[in-house]
Design a protein around this ligand. Structure first.
Ligand code: AMP
Ligand code: GLY
Length: 421
């Protein structure tokens, strides 16, 4: 089979690495990919942006692609799946309507509300004045969320009233995020521990993937600004078998049922960001895609044929499928550029990436190859992933490799997976 993967991050590197291992796989194209994907067996980078829908369609037709898998949210929200399906191309990902689960916080919150799914209480605002009045009397901390896609910058947790009013001005008045901030969700602050719960859906059936947790804050001790994720591990002891069942029955299945009630079929990966407090679970967010960096440790543990699984999901043949997992723990450490998640410089040569083995893999997030050099090319640059019999061994594996890699301005958290210690 000839597969096209769309995207260029660590998630996409992990996707192509796992897909290429399948005996069904003849070739994987990645658009646009990175220096890591360029070096995987059977894999070829294609110089097309993930948002160039027409270019990607032409490519898929010309190369007779059998299955297209979309990594990031932006092309899904733009309607890539609708375009490919109209042209009779098999693909895996939610269509434009279903991708609103990530593309619009207002849509997502309404699905949760109508489906009676536990989540933070909230109000919606489309003008700054009533929002300002609301913020003068609401409980603090309070959370402001831009309705539209904002590349991880659309959520502000305000710990004082001043901070909340400042955030409101920046989103709605100064339009710091453009039209994404035209409408706002303002919601209750939830306490607890966050976990990522990702499922694969075929429009009818759904299979949960292995549980995981990521660390969203930039600094050790879960401090500092929010990022796309500074590291992740799987499985997480937080999600017991009992909790797994409860999340499926009380969150995932009712969400898909509410979408179905609106005539929306969900196909592809669905990511629920959960807040768990004293065994009580609430939904923080939905993403219409696999997580990054959660994909890296999760796929490191997958024993089943991933291409076969994706193919079955795309063809609505998931019913009765089971996924086999390595019992071991996987842990990924993100190495980032100085300044991330704000401004950062790129183009620095990366030193020390060595041959990998069965228990250690360096996934590239933002890299490019120039002549024979690998250069940093993003905020998140690498995700170094280790596999071990327990979380501590996976931690040691990952950090042993991480400590040997360097470039000018590289930084990483030293406490991934150490949340409860
Ligand atoms: P979101 O994109 O909605 O997940 O928000 C990004 C991050 O903001 C989450 O991973 C949480 O760390 C934090 N967050 C979002 N909503 C809330 C909330 N209601 N209460 C506390 N923290 C939140
Ligand atoms: N790791 C968080 C995300 O993928 O959005």
């Amino acid at each position: 089979m000839r597969v096209l993967v769309i995207g260029s991050g660590g998630r996409e590197h992990a996707l192509v690495w796992k897909l290429a291992q399948s005996s069904l796989c003849e070739k994987v194209f990645v658009a646009p990919g990175n220096a890591g994907t360029a070096d995987e067996p059977k894999t070829e980078n294609v110089d097309l942006s993930a948002e160039d829908l027409d270019g990607l369609l032409d490519f898929a037709k010309n190369k007779e692609i059998d299955l297209t898998i979309v990594g990031p949210e932006a092309p899904l929200v733009l309607g890539l799946i609708d375009l490919f399906e109209k042209n009779n191309l098999l693909c895996l990902g939610p269509n434009k309507l279903a991708a609103q689960m990530e593309g619009s916080k207002i849509f997502m919150k309404d699905v949760l509300k109508k489906g009676n799914i536990p989540t933070a209480t909230y109000e919606v605002f489309s003008d700054p004045e009533p929002a300002r009045e609301y913020l003068k009397t609401c409980d603090i901390p309070i959370v402001l969320k831009a309705d539209g896609l904002a590349g991880g910058k659309g959520v502000i947790v305000a710990f004082s009233r001043e901070e909340a009013l400042e955030a409101l001005n920046s989103l709605m008045v100064d339009q710091k995020l453009g039209s994404a901030g035209d409408n706002l969700v303002i919601e209750e602050f939830l306490k607890g521990e966050e976990a990522s719960f990702i499922v694969l859906c075929d429009g009818e059936s759904v299979i949960p993937l292995a549980s995981s947790q990521d660390h969203k804050q930039r600094d050790d001790g879960d401090k500092g600004p929010n990022t796309g994720g500074m590291g992740a591990y799987s499985p997480t002891p937080l999600i017991t078998e009992e909790l797994n069942e409860e999340i499926m029955n009380e969150i995932i299945l009712p969400t898909l049922a509410e979408l179905k009630r609106r005539n929306i079929e969900y196909k592809g990966f669905l990511y629920a960001g959960l807040m768990i407090d004293d065994q009580k679970i609430k939904v923080l967010e939905y993403n219409c895609r696999f997580g990054d960096p959660e994909t890296q440790p999760i796929l490191m543990r997958m024993k089943s044929d991933f291409l076969d699984l994706c193919l079955k999901a795309a063809k609505q043949e998931l019913k009765g499928e089971q996924i086999e997992w390595d019992e071991r723990f996987a842990l990924g450490v993100v190495m980032a550029s100085k300044g991330y998640p704000e401004k950062y410089e790129t183009g620095f040569p990366i030193l020390g990436i060595k041959e990998e083995n069965e228990t250690s893999k360096v996934f590239h997030c933002g890299t490019k190859k120039e002549e024979e050099e690998i250069l940093s090319n993003g905020g998140r640059v690498l995700c170094v992933t280790g596999l071990g019999n327990d979380l501590d061994t996976a931690f040691e594996k990952a950090y042993e490799t991480t400590s040997k890699i360097s470039w000018s301005g590289a930084f990483y958290r030293k406490d991934i997976g150490k949340r409860n210690q």
